[in-house]
Design a protein around this ligand. Structure first.
Ligand code: Z5A
Length: 219
């Protein structure tokens, strides 16, 4: 596919949503310098998982805000996979095929970190489900915003009411963090660690440096 697919990963409150928006703004400012923008309809779009499609929005509501009954771990895994399968087919592939740049808040590594390392589900099963859900679509670059769990949770708590995942115990979030550490070791080419401490501006500059280098943007 001729577009570029950039994913942001990390624990709660690591700044993904903030940095996705900042990178979109920066890329729009530097649009003439981007290697793959060849037509007048070129776009730089932002999306997220779960919830990047209309169907995904409903799945997101179930996953994060349902209070009907506890969601079993395997049901949770399958709901994230269903959200992803819809997202890949209905949103990601059409845009990447047209050459657009897509910035995505969370993707397959979140499932390994949260459902694998966090919940303790089988990693081989998760890899198989990720393969089914994505049809093999991988990011061109995954930016892992590395921040201490406590710092991230403190940021999200300042924001107000927590969702179902945020309410999990601290040890769960620490296992998730360990998951991201392992994933970055296993995929050094695809996953780049970004120090997510410091100001929003400092983190944005670190990200821009990596993106410029990876995609040969000569700004
Ligand atoms: N999940 C899963 O389990 N399995 C999967 O396969 C997938 C997801 C795809 C999605 O929730 C949940 O789904 C998530 C993982 C799970 N679990 N939880 N909880 P979400 O999309 O609602 O939330 P999130 O992805 O965890 O994002 P977040 O909590 O909104 O955090 P963030 O996007 O990384 O950070 P932010 O919103 O940009 O910033 C948080 C606050 O900090 C905000 O007030 C900012 O203004 C502030 N901030 C940002 N940067 C800074 C700096 N540099 N300094 C100080 N303050 C800052």
């Amino acid at each position: 596919m001729s577009g570029r697919f950039i994913v942001f990963e990390g624990v709660e409150g690591s700044g993904k949503t903030t940095q996705v928006q900042r990178l979109q703004t920066w890329l729009l400012q530097n649009q003439p310098l981007l290697p793959s923008q060849t037509n007048s309809e070129f776009q730089i779009v932002v999306t997220r998982e779960p919830g990047g499609t209309d169907v995904g929005q409903e799945i997101r509501q179930l996953l994060l805000h349902s209070e009907q009954e506890p969601i079993a771990d395997r049901a949770e895994l399958l709901l994230y996979a269903a959200d992803r399968a819809q997202h890949v087919e209905a949103f990601l592939k059409p845009r990447l095929t047209k050459g657009h740049w897509v910035l995505c808040d969370r993707y397959t590594d979140s499932t390994i970190a949260y459902q694998g390392y966090g919940r303790g589900l089988d990693h081989t099963l998760i890899d198989q489900l990720n393969q089914i859900a994505t049809g093999g679509l991988q990011s061109d670059l995954t930016l892992w915003l590395d921040l201490e769990v406590e710092t991230g949770l403190a940021r999200t708590q300042r924001r107000g009411a927590s969702d179902r995942m945020e309410k999990a115990e601290l040890a769960f979030h620490q296992r998730v963090q360990q998951g991201f550490v392992k994933l970055a070791e296993q995929h050094p080419q695809r996953i780049v660690r970004i120090d997510a401490s410091g100001t929003e501006e400092q983190v944005a500059e670190r990200i821009q440096t990596v993106v410029k280098q990876r995609f040969s943007i000569a700004s």
